[in-house]
Ligand binder design. Structure first.
Ligand SMILES: [Zn+2]
Length: 245
């Protein structure tokens, strides 16, 4: 009976989808998150990450990187909980809004003047590029999809925002997990390159990622864009490992 096991496994998956993607408690409503976990993405923060690495752009997050938010992010990225994308993308949108909100008025005026003059979206959310192996293993680029969801949420409230995957890896890098701050910097130095500088040249860039830890990857992304002549306004992540409220 070769079919029995896959069917049984699929039913178990369906059951798992009804558990809250954060705390794991059963969700009779069928929503991906219980109200308490959903609230952590709506009200936690604003947190500003404590930049550990020089060159890290000013970064805002809506939550600390700890459970149950940690479980949500791992579930979405590694365990196929694609039903969490909408909630996480909206959380990222809130972090982007916080980053824009803390800019000096002159910088914001420039953003919106350009939008009016060019008649197009003028804030580009540039996702941190995923490693090729991660995209293969996950079957999708989870960060790029979060960026698109966040951009859509911001357009719904009238902000001229689009997601532009403007960065790529110039060489292979190791998984950052488990590396020290210094090792992360070495692992990433010169690792990124702007691939669509022209597409973001008329935009103001906010870098986006799911988590900020040492800031090493955001600093490297910032450097790569700056070298291509694209200034970076700041960065936004859903969660931050080192934060100041
Ligand atoms: Zn929950």
């Amino acid at each position: 009976m070769p079919l029995v096991r896959p069917l049984w496994a699929a039913l178990l998956d369906l059951a798992a989808e009804r558990d809250c993607g954060g705390c794991g408690r059963p969700q009779p409503s069928g929503e991906p998150l219980c109200p308490a976990c959903d609230g952590l993405l709506a009200e936690g923060g604003p947190w500003r990450t404590l930049a550990a690495v020089p060159g890290t752009p000013r970064t805002h997050a809506v939550a600390r990187y700890e459970d149950p938010v940690r479980t949500m992010l791992i579930g979405y990225k590694e365990r196929g909980r694609t039903d969490l994308r909408r909630a996480l993308g909206r959380a990222l949108a809130r972090a982007v809004a916080q980053t824009l909100d803390t800019l000096p008025d002159t910088a914001l005026d420039a953003v919106f003047d350009t939008a009016g003059a060019a008649g197009c979206a003028s804030v580009a959310l540039v996702p941190m590029p995923s490693r090729r192996k991660a995209v293969r293993d996950r079957g999708q680029d989870t960060t790029a999809r979060l960026a698109r969801t966040a951009a859509r949420a911001l357009r719904e409230v009238g902000l001229p925002v689009r997601a532009v995957p403007a960065l790529r890896h110039a060489r292979a890098v190791e998984d950052q997990a488990g590396l020290s701050r210094e090792q992360r910097q070495t692992n990433l130095a010169g690792a990124l390159r702007a691939r669509r500088a022209a597409a973001v040249a008329t935009s103001s860039v906010v870098l986006v990622d799911d988590i900020s830890t040492s800031g090493a990857s955001l600093a490297e992304a910032s450097r790569a864009l700056r070298e291509a002549g694209v200034p970076v306004l700041g960065a936004a992540t859903i969660a931050a490992a080192r934060v100041r409220s």
